[in-house]
Unconditional design. Structure first.
Length: 503
């Protein structure tokens, strides 16, 4: 557990602080004068955030009763911002169990309010006809409302903000497809809300009167179809009007695969997003404004929300992204060289080169890898590997980078995730692509005993079963091209950036 210096103000627990909303809520709470404690399965993912030194971090999980008890001890307000979306066929049971444990631990810990961000459900639709995603979120809300702790369940439809899954899906579909044959759900009416207003409502809900225990619908002032939203985005982005033809033949599975191919959002996440659009999701009340008054100009209209989100993307000032959260089913095992490594076969490919540049110049190239800068070797091979990953339901290469120049632990980087970062020295990436095993890639900027700059690169693969061994040996003939080329081109790029280098 890490502890900040500030010991004044009510204490808020934020679950899901490494995710899209949680990572943005923490600084808003700090700005409002609250103390903040974060519950995280991997606290190291939070260490590089600008606010990391101002919060307390507890290692744990919402499905672990012991860590919940520790996290909620002395807490005034608890934010529940986690769900098991896409973690398998039993994700609803996981959500149900976690919500019950959280509600009980909050009651036992004397928490005075729970705030939960759920999904807006359609009016008049029986719960059994809802998508599993919306049905589970509605059930979690009921469990928390019945916990004995006053709870505010905020229900939102499409959240518009730079880096949100909904915005990325909208952005890429609209920008890449001037003419599209679309699923029939593009005709569904929705009520989007700007992420700024979501955060404002979340912070304001901390001070609701103790007798308030209910759901609140939250949305922006505009109600429109998803097709209308795409046309609004095109207008804001300065694009020609899009030709969108809805057809009934695109099933939910085909819709999610279509989204996965066109956008950075993988099919596993696109499916519940698309499934939630089968029914109209429009607010039926705006009662929260009685307790959390809307300032002038709020809630933001659709066009303004899109303008702000697009500006943040273009200026590379995206604070958090949908990909901040761990990808469902992605490997989370420790690096095989960790003390608790259990053994087994470990394949490695190691490369080392002397660089005619300073370690700082080499590090700039290392930290800038991926995204638009590419991977410094055989672009076609990387592109094919990314497409194959998407084909099998993986994330592919389209996640890119949160920031073009700087990385932090927990960042997604194409189909990798930053597992360790020692600025100026080490970048360790863990693969989140579909693989019959676990894989890591390490890049070092060092100095040898003679004071020369040295680049060291290490790829590691721990195979799962016979298929894993076959996979490694099938691709090993290409290592000299892919990994050798990477080492060669990274060092060339560093030398080319050195003062006095030839253009």
């Amino acid at each position: 557990m890490s502890t900040p210096e500030d010991t004044t103000g009510p204490l808020c627990l934020v679950t899901g602080a490494s995710g899209y909303i949680g990572g943005r809520l923490v600084p808003e709470l700090l700005e409002a004068g609250y103390r903040v404690r974060c519950l995280a399965r991997s606290p190291e993912k939070l260490r590089d955030h600008p606010w990391a030194g101002r919060v307390e971090v507890v290692r744990g999980d919402v499905t672990d009763e012991r860590s919940l008890g520790e996290a909620l001890r002395g807490t005034d307000i608890a934010y529940y911002l986690v769900h098991a979306l896409g973690t398998g066929r039993r994700f609803e049971e996981t959500d149900r169990r976690a919500a019950r444990l959280f509600g009980q631990a909050a009651r036992d810990g004397g928490v005075r309010r729970i705030v939960y961000l759920g999904g807006l459900t359609p009016a008049g639709v029986p719960e059994e006809r809802l998508s599993p995603h919306l049905r589970s979120r509605a059930e979690v809300g009921r469990i928390l409302l019945d916990s004995g702790v006053p709870t505010a369940v905020l229900r939102a439809a499409v959240i518009l903000g730079s880096g949100s899954a909904s915005f990325e899906m909208l952005r890429y579909l609209t920008e890449r497809l001037p003419v599209m044959v679309a699923p029939r759900w593009v005709r569904t009416r929705i009520q989007p809300i700007a992420v700024r207003d979501v955060l404002r409502y979340l912070v304001g809900s901390a001070e609701l009167p103790p007798d308030v225990n209910r759901t609140f619908d939250i949305g922006g002032p505009d109600v429109l179809t998803y097709r209308g939203l795409m046309q609004r985005y095109a207008a804001v982005a300065g694009l020609p009007r899009r030709l969108i033809v809805p057809v009934p033949v695109l099933t939910l599975r085909l819709s999610s695969l279509w989204i996965g191919l066109v956008t950075p959002v993988p099919a596993g996440i696109a499916r519940p997003l698309a499934d939630s659009l089968r029914h109209e999701v429009v607010c039926r009340e705006h009662d929260l404004a009685r307790y959390v008054p809307d300032p002038p100009g709020h809630p933001l209209g659709c066009d303004r929300a899109l303008e702000l989100a697009l500006r943040q993307v273009r200026e590379a000032r995206v604070a958090t992204r949908w990909s901040n959260a761990a990808v469902p089913g992605a490997p989370s095992d420790p690096l095989p060289t960790d003390p608790d490594w259990a053994g087994g076969t470990l394949y490695t490919d190691e490369r080392e080169r002397t660089v005619d540049a300073t370690p700082q110049e080499l590090w700039r190239v290392i930290e800038g890898i991926g995204g638009d800068n590419g991977w410094y070797s055989f672009p076609l091979a990387w592109a094919v590997r990314g497409w194959l990953d998407r084909l099998f339901g993986g994330v592919g290469l389209r996640r890119g980078r949160r920031d073009a120049h700087r990385l932090r632990v927990g960042d997604s980087l194409d189909f990798w995730r930053v597992e360790e970062l020692d600025p100026g020295r080490l970048l360790r990436l863990r693969a989140e692509m579909r693989l019959p095993g676990l894989a890591w890639l390490e890049m070092y900027a060092e100095q040898d005993e003679r004071g020369r700059t040295r680049y060291r690169q290490r790829a590691l693969f721990h195979p799962h079963g016979l298929l894993g061994h076959a996979y490694w040996w099938s691709i090993s003939p290409f290592h000299a091209t892919v990994f050798g080329g990477m080492a060669r081109n990274i060092t060339r790029a560093a030398a080319g950036n050195a003062p006095g280098a030839a253009p």
